[in-house]
Design a protein. Sequence first.
Length: 373
Amino acid sequence: MVAAASAVVAAGTLAGLVSALGEGPDGGDEARPTVSSSPSPQPLPVRPSPAPTSASPSPSRHAATPKPRPAKPSSAPPRPSDARLAATRLYRHGDSQVLDWVRAHRGDPRRPLIEAAIADRPAAVWFADFTPATITARVRAVTSGAAGAGGVPVVVPYTIPERDCGGASEGGAPDLAAYDDWIDRFAAGLGDREVIVILEPDALSQTECLSADQRTGRYAALARAGRVLKAANPRARVYYDAGHSGWNTPAAQAARLRAAGAASPASSDGIFSNVSNFHRTADEIAYDRRVLAAMGAPASLGAVVDTSRNGNGAPPAGEWCDPDGRRIGRSPTLTTGESRIDAYLWVKLPGESDGCKGDPGTFTPDYAYELAD
């Protein structure tokens, strides 16, 4: 089946249980992914006290992995019945390419719109480079900052081996043992407050390059990752890759998700979709609910949708690389008013190129302005 592609991160910067859904977890599919820059390593801060804040089948491809940025000197509460996180505000991390651009271009006529429409909104922070020595400190820098601001951070671990099947966002850990160690270190930085983890975009939607043994290993590694993340911080909300409504069928995607432990509350809080893509929110909501039903997921599991670039829906003919005529979508929020839809998030930061209007994974002001206008 043709996969739907949209960029997540370009380089430069999921023991396969087959469900009883009639399809194995690995029907054919196709590639994608670029990412927002990883946060800078910082000294491990003292644990702060709480405090406030504010991507028709189209090939699915992620934008290039962000280039690494240079270094700069309890028990879980019950899941709310309305599937919302306890805190009400998402966190905007202060270190991003768009914020760098805004600070450096105060006189640019595009700056007011880009700042108001994009830079001032909370977005995910990606960790796309395999740097075991600094990953704990870098994750803790984000979660500590969010705790100090009283907001919920969104973090994206993106180092699964064979990432992007050798495409624009290739890279990741050298092998699964190294990945397990990296996840342990990542989890150590999560702190003890609410945090949303978008676990490995494309890792379950895009597996055609893997052998049967490699798929089994990936599913086991992702199931383990979810358990490790939730054990390290019981208030962490971990979401697994569901691709998007223009890619794999709900039954096929559900089989992969089950194989990777995503139907178990011990590993998972549900699924995410539309990362780095353009499909309309209503289509994603319907698709995500079908996937959750096909998974046989308990009612406590929900879904989050990336709305960063889906304001005009998916482009024609399966275009994924910085297509013209797209717009930013709904603002990030933890209050959707939709059953089983936990949040709308900006996982892919608008304005970071897929590789056509700028270098993969880099902030491109003309593209950002077009999306915001």
